[in-house]
Unconditional design. Structure first.
Lengths: 305, 305
DNA sequence: AAAAGTTATACATATTTTATACATAATCTT
DNA sequence: AAGATTATGTATAAAATATGTATAACTTTT
């Protein structure tokens, strides 16, 4: 078997001069922070030279950010050491503004602006909030905008690529950390828009699940071997309303009798074909991502008994 | 048992001066690296002269890559030694080994292992080397494996999602840093495998281009508005061999007459439909990514005059 | 014989490390 | 308000490391 550790041997380590250049913080100061507050504890070489990781650098950037906003270094240190959740002192309902900015950026194919807005939102709110407050409404808005405009397909592709990269990176990053139950997630055949599954996967990750993500348009017959090989704890499918309920029933039915683990179905079909889904002994999921995950969790527990 | 190399005959060997010229590393320094850290252990002639392989040169490029990012040579050495000490099964070519590991990981839908191997390769070699030596052959290998096996579609989806996330994250990260000429990149209609475009985009980024990536299956009529709005410097399309050359000609022809910037076509079609591409006044690109980029660069220069 | 390689030793310079000191501003005490 | 204390960035010194390059004395290639 392959016994490769998800270790830090793959993480890159930088000497203090590089970190100093990159962050603009005097190396003397970096050392002082470490000595005085225990902030940033870089690894050391055998001879004692400091080795900073990218993560450390990100942390420093975060510190600089707060410094620039007037916080004292001592306070920041206490915050970080106690991992105190920062109070979100932002009462502005900026979602509409965010959305407008993003639409403009997309129209210009301007990845810089697009990213700036998105990052700004992400720095203030957790993923699932950004997802439900910004991304979902935005996708809807864009759907309308794209009805019949020239360049709209290109816009859609551009934004799809961007968003998939962004969410995908996050998914990947988080997935490697999780140790909870394993879920197989896939889109139903005919479903080409994988954002539903991807967003769902992200929500799942935030609840600690491990997710095996199989993307769009997968024949359900493919799922049995996957479930067998991976010993997953559940299967989650998602599909939009455009699917045929009868056809769906047949597929689900054969899948459910082929595997011993529970099968969930989310997305719009869960609404439109609810009866057929239940008749096939699969479990429909509400559209609300978080609620859906709760159902999955409790069902898995019941199943484990 | 170490010096039983089965593929010596096929491997070319270079003397130190050549390696020095090729990499820009002083030969004195190369020897110092070897003496001090045991980095790069080239074969020797019976009289002791060093013989470097292409793989050694790739490794050196990888080292230079990391040096340029601010890591210290000592640390790089420690990393590499630690890594190579991890597995001593040096009978197979390193790339074959990587490939085999990745195939195994995919068959198990094991993202951890998959990621470990990929990261391992990426920490030793620069992107374009990993791309051409590992990813491309791997995709080909997988294509064969997937011909008629159960679970193969799921495997393909799984790996696609993984690789797209991985490459996409890299693309996104790098793209925001670049300031060079702007290229619009897209797949031709009917082309659903966007890896070609994505890999090409990554190579482009490594040469400093900014890339507007539009993904798979885009109608060519969409490209005019994009070119207008973004003031891009060139358009690069990619497609596999399965496209109809005549149809391609019509599309290219109308595109080329609609825009003032050069239009390039890469991927297998560049080979199979070369005539039609040239007749449409587009520019076919060789399959080799790096070479293709060179053509793009020189063409843009000519166009700028 | 000239050019290029090899090892081994020696430098020169740049970086790092720890520890101590200092300067200035903010905060607290009396 | 004056003085003491704390907070925080920076400076400096002395020793240890890190790292590219040079040189000497031979050997091998061309």
């Amino acid at each position: 078997m392959i016994t490769m550790l998800p270790n830090n041997s793959t993480t890159e380590h930088f000497p203090i001069r590089t970190v100093s250049e990159l962050t603009g913080v005097n190396s003397v100061t970096l050392r002082a922070w470490e000595r005085r507050y225990g902030l940033i504890k870089p690894l050391r070489t055998p001879k004692g030279h400091r080795l900073y990781t990218q993560n450390d650098i990100d942390l420093i950037q975060g510190i600089l950010d707060r410094l620039s906003r007037g916080m004292s270094i001592g306070q920041i240190a206490r915050d970080i050491l106690h991992k105190t959740a920062e109070d979100e002192t932002d009462f502005l309902d900026a979602w509409d503004k965010y959305q407008q900015h993003m639409i403009n950026a997309i129209a210009q194919f301007d990845e810089h602006s697009l990213d700036a807005v998105y990052n700004d939102a992400m720095s203030l709110y957790p993923v699932d909030v950004v997802t439900s407050r910004l991304i979902m409404p935005l996708l809807e808005q864009l759907g309308m905008r794209w009805e019949n405009k020239t360049g709209s397909i290109a816009e859609e592709h551009f934004f799809s690529v961007y968003l998939r990269n962004k969410l995908g990176a996050r998914f990947h990053h988080q997935n490697l950390k999780n140790t909870g139950p394993k879920l197989i997630m896939a889109c139903l055949p005919g479903e080409h828009h994988e954002f539903g599954a991807l967003l769902f996967a992200l929500t799942g990750l935030s609840k600690g699940f491990q997710v095996i993500l199989l993307g769009a348009d997968l024949p359900v017959t493919e799922l049995r071997p996957v479930a067998d090989r991976t010993k997953a704890d559940g299967i989650v499918l998602s599909g939009s309303a455009s699917l045929q309920c009868d056809q769906l029933f047949d597929q689900l039915n054969s899948l459910c009798s082929a595997v011993t683990i529970p099968v969930f179905v989310g997305g719009d079909v869960a609404d439109t074909c609810r009866e057929q889904i239940e008749k096939a002994e699969a479990i429909p999921l509400l559209r609300d991502l978080s609620g859906a995950l709760t159902i999955v969790t409790s069902q898995l527990k019941r199943n484990a008994k």
